[in-house]
Design a protein around this ligand. Sequence first.
Ligand SMILES: *Cc1c(COP(=O)(O)O)cnc(C)c1O
Length: 358
Amino acid sequence: MSKRVYNFSAGPSALPLDVLKEVGSEITNYKNSGMSVMELSHRSKEYDEIHNNAVSYLKKLMNVPDNYSILFMQGGATLQFSAVPLNLKKIGKADYLVTGAWAKKAHKEANKFLDAKIVFSSEDKNYSYLNEIGENDIRKDIDYFHITGNNTIYGTRIDKDFKTNAPIVNDMSSYILSEEIDVNKYGLIYAGAQKNIGPAGLSVVIVRDDLISKNDEIPTYLSYEIHKENNSLYNTPPTFAIYFASLVFKGLLDKGGIKEIEKENIKKAELLYDFIDNSTLYQNNISKDLRSRMNVIFVTGNEELDKKFILEAKGEGLVNLAGHRSIGGMRASIYNALDIESVKALINFMEKFEKVNS
Ligand SMILES: *Cc1c(COP(=O)(O)O)cnc(C)c1O
């Protein structure tokens, strides 16, 4: 490939080209410091500015209230599967909505540290549906209720308000910054950066301050209190990833914020789902109110044909369209960095492929 491809990968994913170019332009000499951001001390004034900008841009973008802290950590969303129960445990109980493989892993991990109950699981039907969760389904005396707002592998998005007095924890890894959300609805939000924020290596935690407490029994690195007290600079943070993320945040702010990118994301998803629904070859069996705007899954109904699709698409510069290895088929992840032209290019190919193969 001599030019850039349309990268539909679920993660690490496509990054905004303008940010890649800006980063490239200062890769050997960041703002006359004589060195790359990767070579800057995390205690330098240059890095300090990058770090604080990243926090304040994100705060502005997501309208994060003053009683929440933004933490930059490492270990991906996976480390948060342990950090959340360890930090939020008081009573020793938490309820989980198991709507996908990541949610299942989050629950399994939490169960090591507290009594983690599955309120609902859609595993029996390959995580393709969601039942009504009533007031009595969620226990009253719990430390938190955990959901996975967008299920990356199964292409579902949970757009529901849950009745509980417990803080709601949302793993937003694959849809953070894709739509406006009210942070106040959640006690804690976390996300690995490599899907909709920036390079892998950074994870973002947004947590209500009253949920943070000092706890000397948990590993130091996992303590939200330690990260909060040190402005996420207790140890060496993933400086390059944070620098990259700050430029992504800035780019979104310059574009008009999440409101604008959400409009685009809705258009992109509608275009693709409409095409799939109107085609005779491709299918997506997720009910409309549950469909993800970020991860669009589809099949032809014939595994051999799916393989052919993925291979031929790659030849046309449309890459990483294979579904997750656990379910097969196709998946187009259309995160913020993929514009509507990428979706049109995909549809164009799908149309051609359908003509020849049906
Ligand atoms: C990708 C993903 C994860 C795992 O993230 P890591 O950063 O690789 O640990 C967890 N949850 C969701 C919803 C994801 O999409």
